[in-house]
Design a protein around this ligand. Sequence first.
Ligand code: AMP
Ligand code: GLY
Length: 423
Amino acid sequence: MTGPKLNVLLIGGGGREHALACKLAQSPRLGRLHAAPGNPGIAQHAELVALDIADHADVVAFCRSAGIGLVVIGPEGPLVAGLTDALADAGIAAFGPSRAAAALEGSKGFTKALCDEAGIPTARYARFHDAAAARTYVTAEGAPIVVKADGLAAGKGVVVAETVEEALAAVDACFSGEFGSAGAAVVVEEKMTGVEASLFALSDGATVIPFGTAQDYKRAFDGDTGPNTGGMGAISPAPALSADLAETAMATIVRPAIAAMRARGTPFRGVLYAGLMLTADGPKLVEFNVRFGDPECQVLMRRLESDLLDLLDAAAHGRLASAASPAWRDETAVTVVMAAKGYPGAIAKGSVIRGVERANALPGVTVFQAGTAGGNGALTATGGRVLAVTGTGTDTAAARRLAYEGVAAIAWPEGFYRRDIGL
Ligand code: AMP
Ligand code: GLY
């Protein structure tokens, strides 16, 4: 192995970060792994630290005292808030884009303008700062039509409207402050049709390398019904994204975006998540995210063979060109999210979860924890999405069977899950 040992601080406490922690822990280059806030699953691999992530000076002070060589930032919130910039100012390396580059997720209008500039295929759109102009446009365009709050709205700011009335209501909701400052501007888009898939790429600002594909299940209930959620399951590789289509999307969407960000003087370093619509005219961009997906990360990490720490460190330091290409297990991974009843709405906290160790003991099954507390036989649910039960196998059917065997080993009457992940 090359290079000295690295002490790492992992920011976040969801299933995505548990998957990252598991994988980082396998690296021979890892020194000490710390996580903030972490969760009981992450605590099996990392020392948890109580830090106020929004207090950048606090994070910098901890990194100095603990000799942190790399900060890995899981969620979009701290990226959009400029944590990477504060760390850079203090001379501390971070995996994750600067605040300026995080606008690729933080502002839909920013991304649409970048797509125009770089010729990236995406839905036709217009952006508005007041309700009257947006209403006029929606009425003229007709339905179906898509209305999006410009800023970060925790996955809730998008309405795919089948009628003009629905679209107008969505416009009004944004401008009435339902999404806070995220709704100060609105993007109205043409509705695209096709199959959705996600493509991940690592970049150090200049070099871009593909980093796997996945498909997630956004709706709460079986058969893609019910409200939109953060994701109720995922499969990797994405069945709909052939190697050819993935390469087309890299060439027409991901590389031009990275090049345009570099040309603007705001290079993107981190993982770029391209949400794609596979249309009759080829892959088009639905949205960018500036971080790993959750639960897409869980399936990616179960398939990744390479040293994750090497790759993230190379991306953070502009050394991806000389890093070895990521190697993947020739297997499929399926993850089934177990969520608290009521999610994505109001949920009750504190119910007891049994059987996580039993599920984890099954060959080919890994349980990633998200909204959990406690541990040592008294694990309780504290969030909406609570567990991501992941199976890996030689094909989708095998991976799916294992994931659901894991789910069956878990006793948690207050939870629910979809039964059609990977079907
Ligand atoms: P976003 O937060 O932009 O990913 O949007 C959430 C979901 O809304 C996407 O995963 C799509 O299913 C859907 N969506 C967003 N934009 C469009 C569009 N222009 N056409 C069709 N569906 C869309
Ligand atoms: N699973 C969708 C996301 O992470 O944005």
